[in-house]
Design a protein around this ligand. Structure first.
Ligand code: CU
Length: 158
């Protein structure tokens, strides 16, 4: 195992132990979460994660907050009639009972606009998801560069 891989393996361990302890909140569970690290000149970035609803009722998320950015929104990324991809704000996100909802690059994401400070790989971002019923779901996501993500997957597939 070379040094780079062992660093990634350590990262995975820390990441998954975080998921195991902190991320299971009531009926909504977050996994595979990360925030995209971008050059410090970029004012905006996005967070990705998979939410699972283990409860018996739909969970409707209507708000999202983070001290990492001035404005935080749920976005989708869809192909327009013109063939261009465009981002659009989603006022709510519904996770059916027993279902998963995936935020991933090129699709749904949590948009962080007007970052209060540059986010570097290795940082953590606290985000609070808020449901229609007023329940708050705090989650902590690691900041990773898209390159880390590629290496991460590469590592797992071998
Ligand atoms: Cu967006």
């Amino acid at each position: 195992m070379n040094q780079r891989y062992s660093r990634i393996a350590t990262f995975c361990l820390v990441f998954f132990s975080l998921l195991g302890t902190n991320q299971a909140v009531a009926d909504l569970t977050a996994k595979d979460g990360w925030v995209r690290a971008l050059p410090p000149t970029q004012p905006n970035t996005a967070a990705f994660l998979t939410l699972s609803n283990s409860g018996e009722k739909s969970i409707v998320l209507v708000d999202v907050r983070s001290e990492a950015a001035k404005k935080v929104e749920y976005h989708s990324h869809k192909k327009q009639a013109s063939g261009m991809m465009a981002m659009r704000q989603e006022k709510s996100i519904t996770i059916a009972p027993g279902a998963e909802f995936v935020f991933k690059p090129g699709s749904y994401h949590i948009m962080l606009m007007g970052l209060t400070k540059p986010l570097k790989s290795g940082n953590e971002v606290n985000i609070t998801l808020v449901s229609q019923s007023g329940t708050e779901y705090p989650i902590t996501l690691p900041v990773k560069s898209p390159m880390d993500e590629q290496n991460h997957q590469h590592h797992h597939h071998h």
